[in-house]
Design a protein around this ligand. Structure first.
Ligand code: CA
Length: 249
């Protein structure tokens, strides 16, 4: 889940970025309303966390312009304005949620998860495909009863693939979910994560084939890897199109 944070307090923004990244979000930060608006046009984040006291324009004005740009993109207001009328004004101007400062990090995370579940259409935050269950809130992946040890990025990659099971994921989509702008991404980094995911997740199969992106799907029984006993309900996370080709891999 890619969050754009529009916040002019650099220390707070840095703290939020670190904390939310630990929770599995990818966070990009801008410090002004104008920069925020430009970024939404070009980077299409999944959601925005918006401060109202910004140096160049009022946050409510930013909110209204964001709404015109992206009618359905979730926006959470995070602000020192804590009066009921401020909250009403924010929600009436198109915010999806409103959290006054000072706030508790756990509460912010919980509220972002609610928005995330609404976005992904998964009301129960667990995602299960076959015998594989991923618990976003606990950063846990289970194969049957067995816990799988995955790094943060491997977890995020698997989560993105499982949330979008059946849909082809392009390399650029995956990278935008896994990395923020200021992170250097080596050209083969995604392949390394996929390799590790395949190695570490054992019987979860990520199978490279000749195609251009990645897809996670429930394998039909006849399509299961021969190493997996038939009827085990195991899942093949299918890597379609990951060959070096059009995208300069
Ligand atoms: Ca501010």
């Amino acid at each position: 889940m890619h969050i754009l944070l529009i916040e002019d307090n650099a220390a707070l923004a840095q703290g939020l970025k670190v904390a939310l990244t630990k929770q599995g979000f990818t966070v990009n930060h801008v410090a002004s309303g104008q920069h925020g608006l430009e970024t939404v046009k070009t980077a299409a984040p999944d959601m925005v966390v918006l401060d109202l006291g910004l140096p160049d324009m009022d946050g409510l004005q930013v909110l209204q312009r964001l709404r015109k740009l992206q009618a359905h993109m979730p926006i959470l207001i995070l602000t020192a304005r804590d009066q009921v009328e401020d909250k009403v004004k924010g929600l009436e101007s198109g915010a999806d949620d409103y959290l006054p400062k000072p706030f508790d990090m756990a509460e912010l995370t919980a509220r972002l998860r609610v928005i995330e579940r609404r976005l992904t259409g998964v009301s129960d935050s667990r995602i299960t495909i076959g015998r594989v269950t991923l618990h976003p809130q606990h950063h846990l992946v289970k194969l049957g009863e067995e816990n799988l040890e995955l790094s943060r990025r491997e977890f995020m990659l698997l989560k993105t693939l499982m949330e979008n099971a059946g849909k082809v994921q392009t390399r650029s989509t995956l990278e935008s979910r896994l990395y923020s702008w200021d992170e250097e991404v080596a050209s083969n980094t995604l392949e390394v994560h996929i390799h590790n995911l395949r190695k570490n997740s054992g019987r979860i199969l990520l199978k490279p084939c000749a195609a251009s992106a990645i897809q996670c799907r429930k394998a039909p029984p006849h399509d299961l890897d021969p190493r997996i006993p038939r009827g085990s309900g195991a899942v093949r996370l299918h890597l379609a199109q990951f060959r070096r080709g059009a995208e300069g891999l």
